[in-house]
Design a protein around this ligand. Sequence first.
Ligand code: DX5
Ligand code: ZN
Length: 217
Amino acid sequence: MKMAPSILAANFANLGHDVKIVSDAGADYLHIDIMDGHFVPNISFGPSIVKSIRSYTDIPFDVHLMIQNPDQYIEDFVKAGADIITVHVEACPHLHRTLQLIRSFGVKAGVVINPATSASILEPVLHEVDMILCMTVNPGFGGQAFIPSVLPKIEWLAEQREKNNYLYEIEVDGGVNEETIIDCANAGADVFVAGSAIFAKDDPAEALQNLKSVAMK
Ligand code: DX5
Ligand code: ZN
């Protein structure tokens, strides 16, 4: 069970401080949401911000690219300190090439699917990805409600992994809180992104630890 706090819900004027809080509290990955205003209807930030927080923690940077034409920016995010880069299958007409490109820089490569995308589209790459990220909201904004109809996809991905000895982690992102995290864990997810359920709380460190202990039960 790994927790990946999403800094989308952190205080952008005090990012280093917020990153340190969750890192010291036992975050396993730092989830970093990159939005371009085209693939998703919102803009977050780019590689320079990622680079500026790199020195605040040693935990792996899990960079979720919600952008069109990700190939053009992958190297920039690697240079900025990414350890895992996930791209949306919906934004990658040449998914295999994009995954090869990510791995060519020596970082982990993963694929994201939106709630309305079937997991079966990933079958040809399941043997070679490090992570599958199942969106449990429509990407673009923090603080949205969890979409439970995604759960069977998580179960299917966990079954495929078990049956074929695949090595990918199954990550969930969107609307994860102390209730929904239980359903995700039961379905077979092992990495949990949480933005508002951590950073919108008075004590983000305590919120992170509570979520982790609920997921482990
Ligand atoms: C949504 C982002 C998420 C977001 C999650 O497009 O990919 O990572 O930060 O936020 P919460 O946990 O508030 O739903
Ligand atoms: Zn995300």
